[in-house]
Design a protein around this ligand. Structure first.
Ligand SMILES: Cc1cc2nc3c(=O)[nH]c(=O)nc-3n(C[C@H](O)[C@H](O)[C@H](O)COP(=O)(O)O)c2cc1C
Length: 332
């Protein structure tokens, strides 16, 4: 057995880890197989899969943070035969976990299969460190799917060991898989997991689809939201945020505002050239370059590009304004 040193450190740090984990019982004993995550949608949302194996909750906590940050699909690698406390008692050379780690051919079975693995282009795989390596069930997972064309990140947790040995071993064992990076947490680092995960996902440039199409607008201390459509003008608007604009009424039907720099140069490369706006729609009138928020239905208009749709409360908020009023628009 290697890395014996971690055991003493682990004993001191496990209390901290359990604060993060919220439990210390092997999850396999507590939970039914809970593979309830929906398959990814056709819109491309959920194109990241976050698959994780976790017996005492530490890796699971990190997996949840990654799912939150990326908007990806969380999927637990549940062993067909759950690990009991005795199975995880690493002080016993003959416990199941130790026996598996000592047997390079051990491939513990997984209870379920990922729905439509082909739909994911990015896969995060999380695991605890067992004797310096990934548990053998991670190899079962890696050997169950075709990872070609996918970017694979790993994340791991341990008592005190680093995750780099496990990552290099996986890279060596599976040269056909495009392993990009590992993010590792020892138990004393788990309390700062949220910040580290946020920074990591930002560095990787992974965009949370669920958040990317939401904007907020604030008027006189009240904030409401809109969902943007998938077109070039909507993306152009997001690239200009945050914006503080002066809106005023037009025609008793819409509230309009020009960009502060007077720019009318919107990206029309991939956007409809007309629409029939309904109350609650955010649009951009390309001949003048102004944004227009309709609080009443209006007729079909050439040059009017649909940009998004206000949440219900937002329509009332705009309709209630008179004269010129200031609106701050931000990414939500
Ligand atoms: C069989 C076994 C072997 C372990 N080996 C190591 C190790 O080599 N180094 C280490 O720092 N921690 C080791 N640990 C501790 C776990 O890596 C650590 O508690 C991890 O955060 C557990 O993750 P989980 O809660 O997601 O299961 C081991 C734990 C078990 C059960």
């Amino acid at each position: 057995m290697k890395h014996k040193l971690w055991i003493a450190v682990l004993a001191m740090l496990c209390a901290l880890a359990f604060v993060f984990a919220g439990c210390s019982d092997p999850k396999g004993q507590q939970e039914e197989n809970d593979q309830t995550a929906p398959p990814p949608s056709a819109s491309g949302q959920g194109s990241a899969l976050i698959a994780y194996f976790s017996c005492t909750g530490n890796t699971e906590g990190v997996a949840e943070l990654i799912a939150e940050e990326t908007g990806g699909t969380l999927w637990e690698i549940v062993p067909e035969v759950p690990y009991t406390d005795a199975d995880l008692d690493y002080s016993n050379d003959d416990c199941r976990a130790n026996r598996e780690q000592n047997d390079e051919n051990a491939r513990p079975a997984i209870a379920d299969e990922v729905d439509d693995m082909a739909a994911y282009d990015t896969v995060f795989i999380g695991h605890p460190i067992w004797w310096g390596d990934a548990p053998r069930i991670i190899q079962t997972f890696l050997e169950s799917y075709d990872f070609s064309g996918k970017e694979v990140y790993t994340f791991s947790t341990s008592g005190s060991s680093s995750g780099s040995g496990a990552f290099s071993a996986l890279e060596r064992e599976y040269p056909e898989i495009d392993f990009a990076e590992n993010l590792h947490f020892t138990s004393s680092q788990l309390s700062s997991a949220q910040t580290r995960v946020q920074n990591w996902i930002e560095e990787l440039g992974i965009v949370n689809d669920e958040q990317a199409n939401r904007i907020s607008f604030t008027i006189g201390g009240e904030t409401d939201y809109a969902t943007l459509y998938d077109n070039s003008v909507a993306r152009d608007l997001v690239s200009r945020l945050p914006l503080t604009l002066e809106f005023s009424d037009y025609n008793g039907t819409e509230k309009i505002a020009y960009l502060p720099d007077g720019s009318e140069d919107w990206d029309l490369s991939d956007a409809p050239s007309s629409c029939t706006p309904s109350a609650g729609e955010l649009t951009m009138y390309s001949p003048w370059g102004n944004l227009a928020i309709f609080y009443r239905d209006f007729r079909s208009s050439n040059g009017l590009v649909p940009v998004g749709s206000l949440d219900d409360g937002g329509i009332g908020l705009f309709a209630a304004q008179s004269g010129t009023f200031t609106v701050t628009i931000m990414a939500a």
